[in-house]
Design a protein around this ligand. Structure first.
Ligand code: FMN
Length: 332
């Protein structure tokens, strides 16, 4: 059996994947020629994410990051999703193909630089529109990953979508345990390796109608970019895109997570800022409303992704923490 010493380097890159509340709900086993990805259910947000959708999406994003990191190292791989029907936490096995048995995936390799530079940006965005070509290209990436990306351009539909996000926020606030869970993941001790730091959360841009729908996190220590004279916070042309899948089982959610990573990395490569928004998909009623009343699509919505140009003068965002590789490894 061939051995590939750099698999731990690729897994370390995969740890940069986005995850709900930066919970990093994954465990990895590194073998000589393969990597196993497992869900870490101890890191599941019981109240926020009752059906583990966000957990699986987060693991799917890490799985895609791993494929990108391996392709960038010149390795061709085979991915088996849910390889063990007896073990539902075993989400995927990525095996390196032996030399000559396939080419590394060039599209994946091209996304590699975004792993280090991508950030979740919750600030006001520029008034410059995202070009149609860019959105089309993001749709192509999502298609390759086995999902669909629905741009919400109609102002009425967008209004209904923002309303669904806002209503979900209100509903979740009433949910016993939601506030405690949010507090736990946004008030980590200094030097923690997970959670959402206050320095990555801006205060809402006062008076704006367009940015409502962002999840309130409590602590906010990140400055909004200053507004040039004569501009209002409503001059924010960020687009809302809805990522959806044909079915809604664990495999669909894993694919949706892979597609999420593809969109975020491809958008980063284009210079776009991105914000995943999941609250409207975490509640059954709200998710059904999104599918039928808001979007009217047969596919199952999995995540809303806000995409726009960073506002002029927006400072570089601080990197969020990650657990170290040794903390997320399963024994051989
Ligand atoms: C499935 C999923 C759901 C998320 N939901 C939200 C959300 O509702 N609101 C938000 O501001 N960020 C959301 N995020 C972004 C995470 O909070 C973010 O990835 C994490 O804090 C790590 O920061 P980074 O993306 O800058 O590396 C989500 C990410 C994932 C993968």
């Amino acid at each position: 059996m061939a051995t590939y010493p750099d698999l731990s380097g690729a897994v370390t890159d995969a740890l940069r994947a986005p995850s709900v509340h930066n919970t990093q709900p994954w465990k990895w086993r590194i073998r000589p020629d393969a990597v196993d990805l497992h869900a870490d259910e101890d890191r599941h947000l019981d109240v926020t994410d009752p059906d583990q959708r966000d957990l699986i999406l987060s693991c799917g994003a890490a799985l895609h990051h791993l494929q990108v990191a391996l392709a960038a190292r010149g390795l061709a791989v085979e991915v088996r999703r849910h390889p063990d029907p007896e073990d539902r936490s075993h989400l995927a096995t990525v095996t390196v193909r032996s030399a000559g048995a396939g080419e590394p995936d060039a599209v994946s390799a091209s996304l590699f630089p975004g792993i280090a530079t991508r950030r979740t940006d919750r600030r006001r965005m520029s008034r410059r529109q995202v070009p149609h070509d860019h959105v089309k290209s993001l749709q192509e990436h999502v298609k390759i990953a086995g999902a669909v990306l629905v741009p919400v351009t109609d102002p009425h539909i967008r209004g209904r979508l923002v309303m669904a996000l806002t209503d979900a926020t209100g509903q979740q606030r009433q949910e016993p345990g939601y506030a405690a869970e949010l507090r736990m993941w946004t008030h980590r001790l200094p030097g923690s390796h997970d959670g959402v730091p206050a320095i990555n959360v801006p205060p809402p841009p006062i008076g704006t109608a367009r940015a409502t729908g962002l999840r309130p996190f409590g602590q906010a220590a990140l400055a909004q970019p200053s507004l040039p004279p004569g501009r209002s916070p409503d001059d924010d042309a960020a687009q809302l895109l809805v990522l959806a899948t044909l079915g809604d089982d664990v495999l669909d959610r894993l694919r949706a997570g892979e597609a999420t990573s593809a969109v975020l990395l491809a958008a980063t490569r284009m210079g776009l800022a991105t914000t995943p928004l999941s609250q409207a998909l975490e509640l059954d009623t709200s998710r059904q409303r999104m599918q039928t009343d808001v979007l009217g699509i047969p596919e199952h919505p999995q995540l809303v992704i806000r995409v726009g140009w960073p506002a002029a003068g927006a400072a570089e965002l601080p990197v969020t923490p990650r657990r170290e590789l040794r903390s997320v490894l399963l024994p051989d």
